[in-house]
Design a protein around this ligand. Sequence first.
Ligand code: NI
Length: 401
Amino acid sequence: MLAVEERVRQYMKKLEPEFIRHLRWLHQHPELSFQEYETTSYIKEKLVSWGISLEESPVETGVIALLKGREEGPCIALRADIDGLPVREESTNAFPSLQEGNMHACGHDTHTASLLGAAQILAALREEIRGSVKFIFQPAEEVSLGAKKLMEFDCLENPKVDAIFGLHNSPEIPIGTVAVKKGPLMASSDRIVFTVKGQGGHGGIPQRNADPIVAAAAIIQAVQTVVSRNVSPLDSAVISICNVKAGEGTVNNVTPHQVVMYGTVRAYKPEIQKLVEARLKSLTENICAAYGCQGSLDYIYELGVVDNALSLYQAAYEAVVATGAQPVDPDPSTGGEDFSEFLKGAPGFFYWLGVRNEENDCVYSWHSPHFKADERCVAIGAGTYAMSVFTGIETLCKKSL
Ligand code: NI
């Protein structure tokens, strides 16, 4: 009897043409968040054909499914996001989007195809699984709502998930490699909204006004000192104001009553999020008061940190090695990912799957109309997901001894 990793590698090779067929179909049929109907039907049909049972889900799109192994044991969840973006494809992909104006520009098709591949491998190796596998094909990652909806429904219960694994492709690392990072991999992502209220009036007679634009400009300058003067140099944070709304049309001589500004905050630690929130509130209120205006800040906690569990690091590393891919240790990213929602319910581990190939034009960043992934990533992704079940269950069983 061959060791399980040997069998996983055999299936990766044997089923690769089928994995690539899934990828091409998915790439040609990108659907926007919460509208992934055709994608959902495609996934369900495949899972059922492999004898995997579909579970209840609170959302019409996306799929939750369960595969029971040979005996009772830990439950491992595997998660992939399935949505596309409203981007018009301009890539050199030989199987481009057939949906005008929509594209898998973040490569979620590679995640979906990888998880389908893993499902097929695991169904074939069902007798080797000492526990169960919950497959989560999650809708609407791009709008940061899909995971939240599933978690409100307690998708990590019945059976209770003991560990969850997920992945995202990365055009930053070469095909054949998978990033396995200890601790924080992706940042928290919070939304900030500043409201500055003043007294509008004639732009040529400023002494009669309380100009909210001048106060807003002072805030824009001051918030960057939170990163440089309040956050420790050994920690990280990003504060970006990305949208400033003031005045009407092209009017040039009316001071408005109000300025509203929208932005984002990124960090790797909850205590840094709290610190930034407190400092931004204080700066906003006090600067506005000094300029004769009223200021307020809404700080909306949107996504937590994707913090890879140290207890699963070894399992994750061994899973990648078992597929024959090369594990690499990347710098974390200040991008956000709603996989963090699932980490509120179970320890988890998130990989980056290398898709970069300079010879084949697979070099463009996420959300670019030129984005393209090397198709060979899908077999590696499928193998990584599948092996994570075996190494994950082994780790969990050892821990409970
Ligand atoms: Ni993405």
